[in-house]
Ligand binder design. Structure first.
Ligand SMILES: NC(=O)c1ccc[n+]([C@@H]2O[C@H](COP(=O)([O-])OP(=O)(O)OC[C@H]3O[C@@H](n4cnc5c(N)ncnc54)[C@H](OP(=O)(O)O)[C@@H]3O)[C@@H](O)[C@H]2O)c1
Length: 288
């Protein structure tokens, strides 16, 4: 049996329609949700990510503000400008676009943003809520993990009691995701480059999430066809100029039950979840 493709498109459409309505409702109360991206310098990849965020904001009716800073901005000036944004009541969500310039790298960037405006979900006070066991998806949680949960919920994937292997232990994906899945009552193994017998683990798993960053790392030899494993591919890699995932889709398609595509899977879920965080943040800020 060929694997079912868990495409982001219908999930994104559903969430987007909901966000358009909530944004319109906020506007009738005189509030336009406003996202601010702090960009230092002119890194071409960053500029492209910023354009995507701007487009998504505009599509749901939110306002977008770019706080563009010079590559050689001093740490003091940078801190002052971020502080001004924190205090500006017309801005509801702030992101610091990475990478930042060398002279700013020693700053504790996630904790510089007011936690109520931290739509990336990286502030210590927001990640702490993950550790305390919350499964409240209206919290400002990291966007890729929350987007994956949104996608799995949409496709009716049960998490309770499931054995899940998350491969990759980064602070933006693997670690927060493993915590969030555990909060939803899954039994989670967080694997990494030093994990022994990875294949043995993935062959036994109900769900495998790959956030490694290596093109086509997972092939059919990692799966047991009788398990009908659900595979979530977080990887965003390039091969011959094309976007590729960690999973070799051609190789695994007859050995797994379902899989997210690349492109068109976790990537778009991350972006829409960021916009969803902006709307949650705005709604909570006006409630006080
Ligand atoms: N779709 C999206 O929205 C989205 C969002 C974020 C990231 N990504 C993509 O996800 C991928 C991972 O990025 P990231 O920032 O989360 O991770 P990362 O910081 O690049 O770290 C990679 C992780 O993979 C592990 N790893 C490397 N080789 C391995 C191997 N042979 N076997 C098992 N584990 C291995 C590493 O283990 P060690 O810790 O032992 O080194 C590390 O934990 C990249 O392709 C990135 O572009 C996509």
């Amino acid at each position: 049996m060929t694997a079912k493709i868990l495409s982001a498109a219908p999930v994104v459409d559903k969430i987007k329609n909901n966000l358009i309505q909530r944004c319109a409702a906020l506007k009738t109360r005189g509030i336009t949700p406003s996202m601010c991206v702090v960009l230092v310098g002119n890194n071409p990849a960053s500029l492209s990510y910023v354009r995507n965020k701007k487009r998504m904001c505009e599509e749901i009716g939110a306002h977008f503000h770019l706080e563009h800073m010079a590559q050689d901005i001093s740490p003091d000036d940078f801190l002052k400008r971020v502080q001004n944004l924190n205090q500006d009541p017309s801005i509801h969500g702030i992101i610091i676009q990475l990478p930042v310039a060398e002279q700013l790298k020693h700053l504790n960037l996630p904790n510089l943003i007011d936690p109520s405006k931290d739509i990336d979900g990286f502030h210590g006070l927001n990640t702490q809520k993950l550790y305390s066991g919350s499964r409240d998806l209206s919290l400002l949680l990291p966007c890729t993990p929350k987007g994956i949960i949104n996608l799995l919920h949409f496709y009716g994937v049960e998490l309770k009691g499931k054995n899940i292997v998350v491969i990759g232990r980064s602070l933006i994906v693997g670690k927060p995701l493993s915590m969030l899945l555990s909060n939803f009552d899954a039994t989670v193994v967080l694997a990494h480059s030093q994990t022994k017998d990875l294949k043995q683990l993935t062959k036994e798993a109900d769900i495998v999430v790959s956030a490694i960053g290596k093109t086509h790392f997972l092939d059919q030899s990692y799966f047991n066809p009788s398990k009908h494993t659900i595979v979530v591919d977080v990887g965003m890699n390039t091969l011959d100029g094309k976007l590729t995932g960690d999973v070799n889709q051609n190789s695994v398609k007859d050995s797994v039950g379902a899989m997210t595509p690349v492109p068109g899977g976790v990537g778009p879920m991350t972006v829409i979840t960021l916009i969803e965080n902006l709307i949650f943040a705005t709604e909570k800020q006006i409630k006080g």
